[in-house]
Design a protein around this ligand. Structure first.
Ligand code: NDP
Ligand code: 8X3
Length: 249
């Protein structure tokens, strides 16, 4: 395997994954919307990195840009569906509908666009690896997690169903399910640019870092090809799934 496409490459996990895979000797296509950020990363990573400005929610743009990839960045052997976001932490009855729509369009529809476009080539070559970025939020309910958690539950079940459809083919699928990770823009985005509120989330917590996730990806892609990690849930030692809550009179 030597060519990987990573979505959400302009910050956080995606950026760290690109750096790690380049260091491991892969060619990497990094997808995100912010061209300036991608260009800076490209300047650091050199010619084995191809920056691709693309909004994963735009189906036609995804299709046409992937059909025009330079020869030296084809075929894609590894797809890392990492682009995603949470918006808001309000209870469902106070949430902004536009936030819900954006999460569904990015975390679900965007991921499905990339997969639908790239998977048939992997099947044709009988070779490939899809790694999705789910979340512990897809398994455990928490207050304000409403649509974000549900979108990651989709990613979890979609990953499992892909495995089922791919039985007999040499294509692997893993859902990475991280808990609290700092050093990314996740909370800055969730709180709509309120950086103080975002910083509070990580205060006093020895959180998971983007490099931890990148090292996990590097380990996964280097496991033997007969070996499939279906899902991998990673939390900082400082976090545990909360108990059930009860409201008393
Ligand atoms: P960041 O906000 O740092 O990175 C998100 C990336 O997604 C950015 O590169 C952003 O780039 C890209 N992105 C967002 N929307 C689009 C779009 N429409 N098209 C293309 N790219 C897009 O967050 P993280 O690195 O923390 O998160 C990465 C993934 O990991 C997400 O799926 C998140 O849900 C998941 N996750 C994060 C956890 C955490 O605690 N940090 C824990 C569990 C899971 P740009 O804005 O330039 O388009
Ligand atoms: C990100 C982790 O706990 O904020 O998926 O949902 S959490």
């Amino acid at each position: 395997m030597n060519i990987a496409l990573v979505t959400g490459a302009s910050s956080g996990f995606g950026q760290a994954i690109c750096c790690k895979l380049i260091a491991d000797g892969y060619k990497v296509i990094g997808v995100a919307r912010r061209t300036d950020k991608l260009q800076k990363i490209s300047d650091e990573l050199g010619s084995n990195f191809l920056p691709l400005s693309l909004d994963v929610t735009k189906k036609d743009a995804v299709e046409s840009i992937l059909l025009q990839l330079p020869k030296e960045f084809q075929p894609i052997d590894i797809l890392i569906n990492n682009a995603g976001l949470a918006l808001g932490l309000e209870p469902a009855y106070q949430a902004d509908y536009n936030d819900w729509e954006t999460m569904i369009e990015t975390n679900i529809i965007g991921l499905v666009h990339l997969t639908h476009q790239i998977l048939p080539g992997m099947v044709e070559r009988n070779f490939g690896y899809i790694i999705n970025l789910g979340s512990v939020a897809g398994s455990y309910a928490y207050k304000g997690g409403n649509v974000y958690g549900a979108s990651k539950a989709f990613v979890k079940q979609f990953s499992a169903n892909l495995r089922t459809d791919l039985l007999g083919k040499k294509i692997r699928v893993t859902n990475i399910e991280p808990g609290l990770c700092g050093g990314t823009e996740f909370s800055n985005v969730r709180f709509h640019g309120n950086n103080e509120q975002a910083a509070e989330v990580y205060k006093g917590v020895d959180y998971i870092t983007p490099e931890d996730i990148a090292n996990t990806v590097s380990w996964l892609v280097n496991t033997p090809t007969h070996f499939n990690v279906n899902s991998i849930e990673i939390m900082p030692v400082a976090q545990a799934s909360a108990g059930l809550s009860v409201c008393k009179d």
